[in-house]
Design a protein around this ligand. Structure first.
Ligand SMILES: [Zn+2]
Ligand SMILES: [Zn+2]
Length: 151
């Protein structure tokens, strides 16, 4: 956790990182191409950029895995998505709507606001679409709430 804004990365790239994280930190390029319904060459190009940024390890035709930095980044992206999703869900959106809408909005949400929302929700352990990884600086030594959004 170095900067105050989380990892600066385009929306599509952040979806890729989140997906790899959710699959345990490593996937085959085809998994990404199928999940996001894009051409494998699109994935290759994106992975080349993410490799250059130090977020993934990838040699063409082999598995893609997150680096330590990539994991930290992906954890933040997951937490941001799910915290924002919970906020939206608590304010009238269904879980599906909240998940989708969070995906549209989360890119512009700085870490400092994610942390405040996280605190206001009681550092929740679970969001609308899965677990919320604890954040070293935000959630450590805090009592965390396990209640999730009612649908
Ligand atoms: Zn979601
Ligand atoms: Zn927190």
């Amino acid at each position: 956790m170095t900067d105050s804004s989380g990892c600066e990365i385009s929306r599509r790239r952040s979806e890729y990182l989140r997906f790899i994280m959710e699959r345990g930190g490593s996937v085959k390029p085809m998994d990404l191409a199928e999940e996001f319904k894009v051409d494998p060459s699109t994935i290759t190009k994106a992975m080349r950029e993410l490799t250059a940024s130090g977020l993934v390890n990838h040699t063409p035709y082999h598995r893609i895995s997150l680096t330590e930095e990539g994991k930290t980044c992906a954890e933040f992206l997951l937490r941001r998505h799910r915290i924002l999703g919970l906020v939206l869900c608590k304010h009238g959106l269904s879980r599906d709507e909240a998940c989708r809408q969070a995906g549209q909005m989360e890119g512009s949400l700085p870490r400092v606001f994610v942390d405040r929302m996280c605190a206001s929700l009681g550092h929740p352990t679970e969001g609308i679409c899965g677990e919320i990884p604890p954040d070293e600086s935000c959630c450590r030594n805090q009592a965390r709430t396990t209640r999730r959004c009612q649908d």
